[in-house]
Design a protein around this ligand. Structure first.
Ligand code: ATP
Ligand code: MG
Length: 418
């Protein structure tokens, strides 16, 4: 099979060859191209040493020169060109103690993590170098380590996450020995920086098959190391969360993470969990708000239109769509007296012109000053709030005429009482 290598990448390989070096396309680009998935970056492996690469191309950036990586820029496309490399003497369950540059592509492929990532392709001849059966594993949709799983996970514990994340992204299954190796090495995830764990977790969650990804984390016993301190990691809770994630396949990152918090965490544990996964402050706020709304909705007795309007006001206009998605994802799993009706109910209530914040009133502070003769100051805000309270009970009154009438009446009332 031939791979559609883009012209700039091909040209880089040609230039290297023209100077007597070997050049292959390697890694995720080859994998994704063979799967017919979009390729987001192409990597080139060569026996040319980094300084030769820098001399051969007019625009280069020494992005990882001590590890042999030079970024070559052609037509504003950045291609990483890395010298064949062997690694060893792993320190701290993560980083190699030594790196040497090599002469053979086979040695370079040997240090790579998974068979599907350890494939090289020569665009000039259309030949693959595939010593670990990467093409067969791609065809059979299997994630398998290059070499002995336990050894490879002991060298670098990030590979534990990469294996499961890639299985979720590609919809592959884990080879049995690889899965057993992950189970055995799971506690080593403790040695990986939380930034990297969080990054892998977010990529896993972004996959359409995130539910399966979560199931794999559970089965491989990685889950307690990925979500430290989550209070509900037992089988039933995980299965329910997996089912919810399956319904949220097309949803945004915040909605999916909120489903995970709702399913596996608790109000007390949310903040620490989000921190341990290095979520940004803004993302944390949104995610925990959504999860908390779902918990509150279950606890609160929302059974009138007015109560629903008040509840949706607390959710906040921009969070209403993800909140309803979350609700839909969880609702079939739990008996609740509202049944499937919340969607339609919320739609009706919103269509009737409910104002979910004072900003959604048909009048504003200027109207209060002008129509009510109220001087600028706290009185304006107080009247606005009072109008909003009124509209929460009587959404049909959210028209300019009706509210101006109320402003006049209430402003007079205030002046008389004040
Ligand atoms: P993607 O870019 O879609 O995440 P990728 O496979 O290109 O996938 P990168 O992180 O860009 O992933 O790494 C490029 C290649 O380097 C991988 O395909 C793999 O061969 C190798 N690699 C990356 N991380 C490791 C690791 N921790 N251990 C061994 N090899 C690795
Ligand atoms: Mg890549």
């Amino acid at each position: 099979m031939e791979i559609p290598v883009p012209p700039p990448v091909r040209w880089i390989c040609d230039v290297l060859r023209g100077s007597g070096y070997q050049a292959f396309v390697v890694g995720g680009g080859v994998r994704d191209a063979l799967l017919g998935r979009p390729v987001h970056d192409w990597d080139v492996a060569t026996d040319a040493p980094p300084d030769a690469v820098q001399r051969l191309f007019p625009r280069t950036v020494p992005t990882g020169i001590e590890f042999g990586t030079v970024t070559v820029i052609i037509d504003s496309q950045a291609v990483q060109v890395t010298t064949f490399r062997s690694e060893g003497g792993y320190r701290d369950a993560r980083h190699p103690g030594w790196v040497t540059f090599g002469q053979r592509i086979e040695d370079d492929l040997k240090r790579r993590d998974l068979t599907v990532n350890a494939l090289a392709y020569d665009p000039a001849s259309g030949r693959f170098v595939d010593p670990y059966g990467g093409q067969a594993d791609l065809a059979n949709r299997i994630i398998r380590t290059v070499g002995h799983p336990v050894e490879r996970f002991q060298e670098d514990a990030l590979r534990l996450m990469r294996a499961v994340r890639l299985a979720a992204e590609l919809g592959f299954r884990l080879d049995g020995r690889t899965a057993a190796g992950i189970r055995c090495c799971a506690p080593r995830l403790e040695r990986v920086s939380r930034e990297r764990v969080g990054e892998e977790w977010r990529r896993l969650l972004a996959a359409p098959d995130a539910g399966r990804g979560l199931m794999l984390l559970y089965r491989t016993r990685l889950l307690p190391w990925v979500l430290p301190g989550a209070p509900k990691l037992e089988r039933v809770a995980v299965r329910r969360t997996v089912a919810a994630l399956e319904r949220l396949a097309a949803s945004g990152a915040a909605t999916k993470m909120a489903a995970v918090l709702y399913g596996l965490s608790s109000p007390e544990a949310d903040a620490a969990l989000l921190r341990s996964l290095v979520y940004s402050r803004q993302a944390s706020r949104q995610v925990s708000h959504l999860a908390q709304c779902l918990r509150d909705f279950r606890r609160d007795a929302v059974h009138s239109d007015a109560a629903l309007r008040r509840f949706l006001a607390r959710v906040g206009r921009e969070h209403v769509p993800p909140f309803l998605e979350l609700w839909r994802a969880w609702q079939p799993l739990e008996s609740h007296r509202l049944g499937r009706e919340l969607d339609r109910w919320a739609e009706r209530v919103l269509a009737a012109g409910a104002a979910l914040s004072p900003g959604e009133l048909a009048v504003d502070g200027t109207d209060i000053q002008q129509a009510g003769g109220v001087p600028p100051g706290p009185q304006v805000g107080a009247l606005l709030t009072r109008l909003w309270e009124h509209v929460l009970e009587h959404p049909e009154d959210n028209t300019r005429d009706r509210l101006l009438t109320l402003i006049k009446a209430w402003a007079t009332e205030q002046r008389c009482s004040g």
